[in-house]
Ligand binder design. Structure first.
Ligand SMILES: Nc1ncnc2c1ncn2[C@@H]1O[C@H](COP(=O)(O)OP(=O)(O)OP(=O)(O)O)[C@@H](O)[C@H]1O
Length: 310
């Protein structure tokens, strides 16, 4: 858990983070979203003491960060940045082993951990561990960045646009895989992005920032459907409904009394996939494993029921 209380960061006369308070719960995926220059990266770097603050307090897992040395704190908190920050002269296994080495783990334990981490992020250990970063694609390098950040099993991960350099198709795959890993390992994640779809797809809660302050902190659904002010609604510009549909399992909305004589969609299909199926086939009713769902009900869900269902 991370507790930020009344924290301010100034660069000269300029206030980058302004008396900001925020609690990130254990195992929560919190996304910080906002326009360029609003203070997102600064906030992240304050948490792991890469920069000093001018006022306020920060606690990490109940401990005031002022009582811990920066290097010690950073061994306990994973940090991933857009450029991946992999060391170019080290091979993949050495990169992943960075923090375990700093923590003086035994060779055998490190080697086992490297293989586990590569497998976790979907890369075959034998094929990848001896490669240099220059021999990896952008998406592979991002995965190694994630593997390195979680290698020493930190409770908390700070991620600053970690998938920014990846092409859209691999990006979506990485986002989904990472979300799954985060849920399985119950990591507390603070994730910075200015990509609205990414925020809506990943977040338990979104913290919308502007000019160093929090404008709205809420679930993705509430932010899209009930923006607090014009800044938030202009920022989202009506986007987001499709992404929210893609977070909802269709089976949760099935009409169990209408059974169709046709092949049902996959049991894991989302409302967005139902909508796509309807738009590509022209069907107004689609079969699900536990009943069916109609065009009218999708429209109704997109319009209002999403909010009530939270
Ligand atoms: N070392 C620094 N010295 C002076 N000003 C800085 C410094 N680092 C950041 N700033 C300023 O502080 C503000 C917040 O920067 P920050 O990097 O936190 O923004 P951000 O929201 O992460 O932006 P982006 O989405 O573009 O990465 C910006 O106006 C930036 O120019």
């Amino acid at each position: 858990m991370i507790k930020i209380n009344n924290v301010t960061k100034k660069y000269g006369d300029f206030t980058a983070v302004d008396k900001l308070s925020l609690t990130v719960n254990k195992a929560e995926f919190l996304v910080i979203l906002g326009p360029s220059g609003c203070g997102k990266s600064t906030l992240l770097r304050l948490i792991n003491k890469m920069i000093d603050r001018n006022g306020g307090e920060i606690q990490v897992n109940g401990e005031d960060i002022d009582t811990v040395k920066g290097e010690e704190l950073r061994k306990k908190i994973g940090y991933v940045i857009q450029s991946t920050g992999l060391f170019p002269h080290m091979d993949v296994k050495k990169n992943i082993a960075t923090v375990p080495n700093l923590l003086n783990w035994e060779e055998k334990k490190i080697s086992k951990r490297v293989d586990e981490m590569l497998t976790l992020v979907g890369l075959q250990p034998e094929k990848y561990k001896d490669k240099k970063p220059s021999e990896l694609s952008g998406g592979e390098a991002q995965r190694i960045g994630v593997a390195r950040a979680i290698a020493s099993d930190p409770d908390i991960l700070l991620m600053d646009e970690p998938f920014g350099a990846v092409d859209p198709i691999n990006r979506l795959r990485l986002q989904k895989e990472f979300r799954k890993i985060q849920r399985e390992l119950k990591k507390t994640v603070v994730f910075v992005t200015h990509d609205i779809d990414e925020a809506l797809l990943l977040a338990d809660r979104i913290c919308v920032m502007n000019k160093g302050e929090i404008v709205q902190l809420d679930t993705p659904e509430n932010i899209v459907l009930h923006p607090k002010n014009d800044f938030v609604s202009d920022f989202f510009k009506g986007e987001g409904i499709l992404t929210i549909l893609s977070r909802k399992p269709a089976v949760d909305y099935a009409n169990e009394s209408v059974i169709l004589e046709e092949e049902p969609l996959d049991k894991n299909a989302t409302l967005r996939e139902v909508l796509t199926d309807m738009l590509t086939t022209g069907k107004e009713q689609v079969a699900l494993v536990n009943g069916s769902i109609s065009w009218d009900s999708i429209l109704k869900i997109a319009g209002s029921d999403l909010n009530d269902s939270e």
